[in-house]
Write a protein that binds this ligand. Structure first.
Ligand code: IPE
Ligand code: IPE
Ligand code: MG
Length: 233
């Protein structure tokens, strides 16, 4: 079966990536960490295009967490420059609707303006790309609850919270892939991952390729998702 058929048959609609390992990739080559982020940005473009090509409707990537601001200023600035360079070319990515999840406007005024402009320009396109930028899963839930309080709600349901998350309009991720040989969630999509399948790759993100996506998708397709119920016999 082709990978596109496997995607379709497995019901994989939303894939998310924790793009980890850029710094270690660079260190292994005696390069500055910034070089790892640069190569990682190239990988990101290829992987997003590939996921679209094989028929996955929605892709979410973890680009910068609320905690990543603790890093040295030169590293943070290098990441922001790569992001701004990507935004410049991103509207050429045909068919992709961009959504920045998190609080990008709190990073810099320029990032706030450019991310918003890209969202507006690409609204209504068929494939959705969520870029998690200044994103924290706990902050997202707190934000959702505060919005509900502002609406005057006294009691809320799970659907109410889902409807106020940054990812509203997207199904929860079916599959979350983390590279970089770490097996933790690092404050990513905490609400949405309740029944996601996880796939951990030992590869550092800059080395991750389309064939690694295929491995993750095939692994996903072989799993039995029960949502607390029993297998259909
Ligand atoms: C992921 O790679 C990119 C960001 C968190 C921005 P890292 O920079 O965390 O790379 P390692 O984990 O230090 O190797
Ligand atoms: C998670 O990676 C965040 C991103 C990939 C953007 P980190 O490198 O920040 O996570 P920890 O610190 O290893 O948990
Ligand atoms: Mg890391």
């Amino acid at each position: 079966m082709s990978i596109t058929e496997i995607v379709e048959k497995s019901g994989l609609k939303h894939i998310a990536f924790i793009m980890d390992g850029n710094g270690r990739w660079a260190r292994e080559r005696s390069l500055p960490r910034e070089a790892g982020h640069k190569k990682g940005a190239e990988t990101f473009k290829q992987i997003v295009r590939y996921c679209k090509k094989i028929g996955i409707d929605c892709c979410t990537v973890y680009a910068f967490s609320t905690e990543n601001i603790k890093r040295p200023r030169h590293e943070v600035e290098a990441i922001f420059s790569l992001l701004l360079a990507y935004i410049e070319e991103a509207s050429d990515e045909k068919d992709i609707e961009f959504r920045f999840i998190g609080e990008p406007a709190q990073l810099t005024e320029n990032i706030g303006r450019k991310t918003k402009a890209l969202e507006d320009e690409t609204r209504g396109r068929p494939y959705r790309l969520n870029i998690a930028l200044n994103y924290g899963g706990r902050a997202e839930i707190v934000n959702a609850v505060n919005e509900l309080l502002r609406d005057g709600r006294e009691s809320i349901t799970e659907d109410d919270i889902s409807s106020k998350l940054y990812t509203k309009g997207c199904p929860d991720p079916d599959l979350i892939v983390r590279t970089g040989n770490e097996t933790r969630v690092s404050n990513f999509l905490l609400w949405q991952c309740a029944y996601s399948e996880f796939y951990f790759s030992e590869k550092m993100w800059p080395d991750f390729s389309a064939s690694d996506v295929d491995l993750a998708v095939r692994d996903f397709a072989g799993r039995s998702r029960r949502w607390g119920g029993l297998d259909k016999k």
